[in-house]
Design a protein around this ligand. Structure first.
Ligand SMILES: Cc1cc2nc3c(=O)[nH]c(=O)nc-3n(C[C@H](O)[C@H](O)[C@H](O)COP(=O)(O)OP(=O)(O)OC[C@H]3O[C@@H](n4cnc5c(N)ncnc54)[C@H](O)[C@@H]3O)c2cc1C
Length: 618
């Protein structure tokens, strides 16, 4: 992809800044795929009628409790290290472009070139901040959409609201739920259109970010030998970035081929093969229907079933494109409308074209307890619909029973698919219920569970990610050599608005723990946070400030607010999963649950600047 005629590092004559040519994505005909098909069968694209009289009563609560408790402590994941580090291999990229190590200075270094990185560039450069460098581990832009290329990959928030900068690029997604391949190409389009590639060092993993009190600068070290100095550092490294494996006895002995879904190996021919997939979370739900179409036989090893709601995929019509073309700002308006609907329906995306119809009307004022009770009943009704849908579609009663989830609605990321459940009616697909402890062992031939040997040619780990991994937090040190990970281990997770952590000046964390506004549609949060960063840098420029830190007290107040909001809404998230650290993390240390309160606190911070300590250049 990189043009060899252009040097990897050169000086831009206009700005005097270094610009780069390091993009190295592989253009392989084999790395192709598609997302969801548009289906005609009305029975597959609609939910069974909701049962109005269903309540989350004592019996339902007891059933849910035993389902959850049986799984407590069975999540045993491990990083891809040592003999497992080959699972991290990047199949999508050509060899890294050779370049000199950089030891000079720039104004901003950003870690990551996903949507957060792309939006930072778009907004900061518009605001006049152009001396920016991006460091990205992969060979191209896209982040999530660079790494995740499994068959069936697609967004699960409608693309018109999820994909950023549609108004600015004039791009219309092909389908309501665009495939991951289309989203990846769209990331490339954004990067090309707005000059991002010149500013990005690909195949450049940031290994250290160290603050120097004397010079008031960060030094950013990388695995390529760089030691760049920067005034600001922004961690746009994502929260679903570090893939993990389930720890299963004997996994290194498997003689067939194996890989993780986020490093899909298209060199492995799946046609007619005996395939096993471990895990049934959001990724697996998208991949399994496609795998079943290829496999000789597919074994799905499930510990905990996901909730499978209706997708109702649609192609974008010429009429929609025509209409939206006449409406400047259509995509922004659409995102706002979808946000309203997601919030109004307990974050349940609405099937069909609800975003073009009525939003939920204002609700009467209720006490928090009444609201929680109502939401629990509503969530339980949705869960019952989800279970009824399984009975309506899955023919084998034992398989249908195993596919039924019993936990609070939306406490695990909801999934949406119209081909997943029918897949279990295929003669070449077997659901192996490994509840509650998960797969017991792997040997040379395949998986062994409950004394049964499942012989496999290919084993696929759909075991997800270390959610909100602290990998990068352990690489950032303050002036005394203390890392953010150390600080949070000692004091608990502490940020202000999720963006700053005291003692680490001029550092911004994007979409991390306690990120204000934590939304089902990540793009909303990314937009909100990148706007905030641009506002703060512009404010500092106007006022002649060099560095910014946050006050301990304001940070403590935000952390307390996050914990309070988490505790207050806890019954709504009764399950064991990523969002609550499988029941082991302190309240308030991961996702933000304070709703609109974050907007109020942000507005206050912007108006008063009170949480901030500014200093001028040394
Ligand atoms: C399969 C999948 C489907 C998803 N679908 C949706 C959806 O439908 N809707 C939704 O709202 N959200 C979805 N998400 C969440 C998704 O991650 C966000 O929507 C969004 O893409 C995050 O963008 P980001 O730039 O913050 O992070 P990412 O896209 O994760 O990008 C971060 C980048 O940082 C790089 N990086 C990390 N550490 C380093 C380092 N030390 N040095 C150099 N580079 C580093 C990584 O390589 C990565 O490319 C999905 C996530 C996954 C995994």
């Amino acid at each position: 992809m990189s043009s060899s005629a252009v040097p990897a590092v050169r000086i831009d004559a206009g700005t005097g800044h270094k610009v780069f040519n390091t993009r190295a994505a592989k253009a392989s005909a084999r790395i192709v795929g598609k997302g969801y098909d548009v289906l005609d069968d009305p029975d597959l694209v609609s939910m069974p009628e909701a049962k109005r009289d269903v309540r989350f009563d004592d019996e339902a609560q007891a059933h849910q409790r035993s389902f959850i408790e049986a799984r407590r402590g069975t999540d045993d994941y491990m990083p891809m290290e040592g003999k497992f580090d080959h699972y991290l291999e990047d199949h999508y990229s050509a060899e890294p472009i050779e370049r000199e190590a950089l030891t000079d200075e720039c104004e901003v270094v950003v870690v990551g070139a996903g949507f957060s990185g792309l939006l930072l560039w778009y907004k900061l450069s518009k605001a006049g901040f152009t001396d920016i460098r991006f460091c990205e581990r992969g060979g191209d832009v896209g982040g999530t959409w660079y790494w995740n290329r499994y068959p069936g990959v697609a967004c699960d928030v409608e693309s018109y609201a999820y994909m950023p900068l549609l108004d600015e690029t004039g791009y219309f997604p092909n389908q309501k739920y665009a495939s991951g391949f289309e989203i990846f190409e769209y990331c490339q389009l954004i990067a090309e259109r707005f000059g991002f590639y010149d500013h990005c060092l690909f195949h450049t993993e940031v290994t250290g970010v160290n603050w120097d009190d004397a010079t008031q600068r960060w030094t950013v070290s990388t695995a390529r030998g760089d030691a760049m100095r920067a005034r600001f550092v922004m961690l746009a490294n994502g929260i679903l970035t570090t893939p993990r494996l389930a720890r299963i006895e004997g996994m290194e002995t498997f003689a067939g081929q194996s890989f993780h879904t986020s490093r899909w190996d298209y060199n492995v021919d799946l046609a007619g093969k005996r395939i096993g997939i471990i895990g049934t979370g959001a990724t697996a739900v998208q991949a399994i229907p496609e795998l079943a179409k290829e496999a000789g036989h597919l074994h799905v090893f499930q510990r905990t079933p996901s909730t499978i709601e209706v997708r109702d995929q649609r192609s974008t019509t010429p009429e929609q494109i025509e209409r939206w073309s006449q409406q400047p700002g259509w995509a922004l308006a659409r995102r706002a409308r979808v946000a309203e609907i997601l919030d109004g329906r307990g974050r349940q995306p609405t099937a069909g074209n609800a975003a073009e119809g009525a939003a939920p009307s204002d609700r009467p004022r209720l006490s928090r307890e009444e609201r929680t009770k109502r939401q629990l009943d509503k969530g339980y009704r949705i869960m019952q619909q989800i279970r009824d849908r399984i009975d309506a579609i899955v023919e084998d009663p034992k398989t249908a029973a195993a596919l039924k989830p019993y936990y609070a609605y939306a406490c695990k990321r909801p999934t949406f698919h119209d081909e997943y459940l029918p897949t279990f009616n295929r003669p070449n697909v077997t659901l192996v219920d490994v509840a509650p402890i998960g797969v017991q062992a792997i040997n040379e031939r395949g998986v062994v569970h409950d004394g049964v040997q499942y012989d496999l040619d290919v084993l696929i780990y759909a075991t997800g990610f270390d959610f909100m991994s602290r990998e990068n937090m352990a690489r950032v040190t303050d002036g005394d050599g203390r890392t953010i990970a150390d600080k949070w281990s000692e004091q608990g997770t502490r940020t202000f608005l999720g963006l700053h952590t005291a003692g680490f000046p001029n550092l911004f964390i994007l979409v991390g723990p306690q990120a204000s506004g934590g939304k089902f549609n990540f793009t909303e949060t990314i937009e909100e946070q990148t706007d905030y960063v641009v506002w703060l840098l512009s404010t500092m420029r106007e006022n002649g400030h060099h560095a910014v830190d946050v006050r301990d007290q304001d940070e403590a107040d935000w952390a307390q607010h996050c914990a309070d909001a988490d505790r207050a809404t806890e019954p709504l998230r009764d399950c064991l999963g990523n969002f609550n650290g499988y029941g082991r993390t302190e309240p308030g240390s991961l996702v933000y649950y304070g709703g609109r309160e974050s907007e109020r606190r942000q507005a206050w911070a912007q108006e008063t600047l009170q949480p901030y300590v500014f200093t001028t250049a040394p």
